[in-house]
Design a protein around this ligand. Structure first.
Ligand SMILES: CC(C)(COP(=O)(O)OP(=O)(O)OC[C@H]1O[C@@H](n2cnc3c(N)ncnc32)[C@H](O)[C@@H]1OP(=O)(O)O)[C@@H](O)C(=O)NCCC(=O)NCCS
Length: 130
């Protein structure tokens, strides 16, 4: 398991460099090109400011850089904020089940990770130049 954190760049003046959230990525043992994503969290004091979308962008870039081809996660069916974050990032619900541990309906979401390393380099370079 690898845990990553993300820091505020320039969206919130005065908070530059502060860590605002984290996520974890594992590989599916039998299929290492498939990422199992979990532990996705914007720290409580930073929630509701649009940083969930920013954290997801950071995670997507990380997944591409790590060479994954597909990513999966689970989310409580009642978690509207996380589902909005996933939907905007192009993920879709691919299944659902009832968790006896959580006594709640859970959804499985997935996304293809398609961009090439060259394209990422272009994006990173153009962000740096801006
Ligand atoms: C889910 C989470 C990552 C969202 O991050 P956030 O920074 O609070 O959310 P944002 O401000 O970026 O908003 C993301 C979207 O959720 C919506 N949203 C935010 N809070 C919401 C709430 N309490 N109820 C419903 N929607 C909400 C926003 O309107 C936004 O949608 P939009 O862009 O379509 O308008 C964050 O709340 C969190 O860490 N929660 C606890 C851990 C968790 O649930 N992680 C996911 C595990 S699968």
């Amino acid at each position: 398991m690898t845990r990553f954190s993300a820091i505020i760049t320039d969206e919130i003046p005065g908070r530059l460099g502060e860590a605002f959230g984290c996520y974890e990525i594992d590989s599916l043992p039998s299929q290492v090109g498939v990422a199992i994503c979990h532990g996705f969290e914007v720290f409580p004091e930073h929630r509701g400011l649009g940083l969930g979308h920013e954290l997801k962008r950071d995670q997507m870039l990380r997944l591409r850089l790590l060479g994954y081809r597909y990513a999966q996660c689970t989310v409580l069916a009642s978690n509207a904020a996380q589902k909005a974050v996933l939907g905007r990032a192009g993920w879709s619900c691919i299944g659902t089940f009832y968790s006896t541990r959580q006594s709640a309906q859970v959804e499985i979401w997935g996304a293809e990770i398609t961009e090439t390393k060259e394209r990422i380099r272009e994006c990173t370079d153009s962000r740096r130049a801006a």
